[in-house]
Write a protein that binds this ligand. Structure first.
Ligand SMILES: Cc1cc2nc3c(=O)[nH]c(=O)nc-3n(C[C@H](O)[C@H](O)[C@H](O)COP(=O)(O)OP(=O)(O)OC[C@H]3O[C@@H](n4cnc5c(N)ncnc54)[C@H](O)[C@@H]3O)c2cc1C
Length: 439
């Protein structure tokens, strides 16, 4: 059997699954992609408002996103990315600060002058200071406390990391932060595709289908059985698809829920928890501060960050309105996550108005509010995860894994998912060549 005659089923229609299916179908492999929801795009998915589609969760492209940019190139979309220089703010104890330059730092009152200087010097050197160190086995808290001191850790980093990773924030490997700094490279330039993220998803779907692949939405996989050379995939409704290979892009706890007992036994045992997220999205009639991103610390809000998307994407794409996201990363079992969207929308609207009262924002400026949640967003990596991270192959089966847990130590992003997709698709194709030779 060759790649042309083999059938590969890809589970999950987020960017990773789409990129795998794109690469395989374009290489002549017969592919079926199955997505549970009625939309493709996963965490990068969108909703209609007016005559536009808008991302449920804020997304941007970084200039260092090489894997994603080369995929966009292939799809003819690279030149559609609009790059802009963006700025950052910081809200501490209800006061708004700019946080971009050495001068901003010198004016940053929440820290004493000597801590401001220390913050600036260490931040400039941080990437270099991490080189050659075993950061995968070093707790973020231990590393940052040592370099920045207790005050900066307690007043700045602990609330910022705590908001992203929950109670285990200090334990996350310092390597995560080091990689993140590398991705962002202290650059303020960010990109946004002119047609929104939907244009990328549509182009991938078009590419897969154009090469003869099948893309099915509203097709949740409810059962998966797998031997060394064959797998069978059961869909809700009872339909069964036979496959020579399966690539699963869904978070491991979800995969475990649909795997039969034999496959479940073979899946990697991970003590990996995931943070979910709650975001509220505000269409406003006026801008806030014009900063793309502002962490919000100790300011009486439940959300802990504000993203002013129109500072990057402009207002034309939102029908002349300004788009602002606020977010809180949280466990999917938390009280907040379980709350009704309308209740969160109303409470967070009040908090946002209070936060920006000083710049004259009022209820009359709020045109529309939407709340979205996602249960599996950020894997909370344990120490030493580079070594203990599961491989993409599941021994004794024809299943390959391509999940957000596998992108570590890269930051979870469209770029890292595309990079992973390329490498897993490469393994599928190489296996096909092997099968073809021995058949
Ligand atoms: C608030 C927020 C902000 C972000 N900001 C950025 C950013 O600025 N830039 C950036 O690059 N990235 C950003 N990301 C991260 C990025 O969205 C993710 O890393 C990426 O989308 C992960 O893609 P994926 O395909 O691996 O997983 P997912 O997008 O989670 O896709 C998995 C898919 O599997 C489907 N599925 C689940 N179970 C089944 C089943 N049983 N059967 C069939 N299908 C199933 C799901 O419905 C989903 O569509 C952000 C994420 C969030 C939440």
């Amino acid at each position: 059997m060759t790649n042309e005659t083999r059938h590969v089923v890809v589970v999950g229609g987020g960017i990773c699954g789409l990129a795998v299916a794109h690469r395989l179908s374009r290489s002549g492999t017969r592919v079926t992609l199955l997505e549970a929801s009625d939309q493709l795009g996963g965490l990068g998915t969108f909703f209609p408002t007016g005559d536009r589609w808008v991302e449920r969760f804020y997304h941007c492209v970084m200039p260092t996103d090489d894997a994603l940019l080369s995929l966009l190139d292939e799809l003819g979309l690279r030149d559609d990315v609009r790059w802009r220089s963006t700025s950052m703010g910081m809200v501490v104890d209800g006061t708004h600060y700019r946080f971009n330059s050495a001068l901003d730092l010198l004016r940053f009152k929440p820290l004493r002058l000597r801590d401001r200087v220390r913050f600036g010097v260490v931040s400039v050197l941080l990437r270099r200071l991490g080189k050659g160190k075993d950061l995968d086995n070093l707790r973020t808290e231990d590393w940052l406390r040592k370099l920045y001191g207790d005050v900066i850790w307690t007043q700045l980093f602990a609330p910022m990391f705590g908001s992203k990773f929950g109670a285990a924030f200090g334990d996350v490997p310092a390597l995560y932060l080091w990689q993140r700094l590398g991705r962002e490279s202290n650059v303020a330039t960010r990109g946004y595709p002119a047609g929104g993220y939907k244009s990328v998803i549509d182009a991938l779907q078009g590419s897969i289908e154009g090469a003869g692949g099948v893309v099915r939405t509203s097709s949740p996989v409810v059962g998966l059985r797998s031997g060394p050379t064959r797998s069978s995939v059961t869909l809700a409704g009872g339909e069964v698809l036979e496959a020579d290979q399966v690539v699963s892009t869904v978070p491991l706890p979800l995969l475990r829920g649909v795997a039969d007992a034999d496959l479940a036994d073979r899946l990697p045992v991970l003590s990996l928890s995931y943070q979910g997220v709650v975001t509220a999205l505000f269409f406003l009639r006026r801008p806030l501060s014009g900063n793309y991103w502002a962490p919000v610390l100790r300011s009486g809000t439940e959300f802990d960050g504000v993203i002013e998307m129109s500072a990057l994407a402009g207002t034309e794409v939102y029908g002349g309105r300004h788009l602002v996201y606020v977010m809180r990363y949280t466990d999917r079992a938390s009280e907040l996550y379980g709350e009704e969207a309308e209740v969160i929308a109303s409470r967070w609207t009040g908090e946002l108005l209070e936060l920006y009262r000083g710049v004259g924002v009022t209820a009359a400026d709020v045109d529309e509010v939407r709340v979205f949640k996602a249960p599996f967003v950020e894997p909370v990596y344990p120490l030493g995860f580079r070594e203990s991270r599961p491989g993409v192959e599941v021994g004794g089966t024809s299943v390959l894994l391509a999940t957000t847990a596998h992108v570590y130590p890269d930051v979870t992003s469209w770029n890292s998912s595309v990079g992973l997709a390329e490498s897993v698709a490469g393994k599928v194709l190489a296996a096909g060549v092997g099968v073809g030779v021995s058949a």
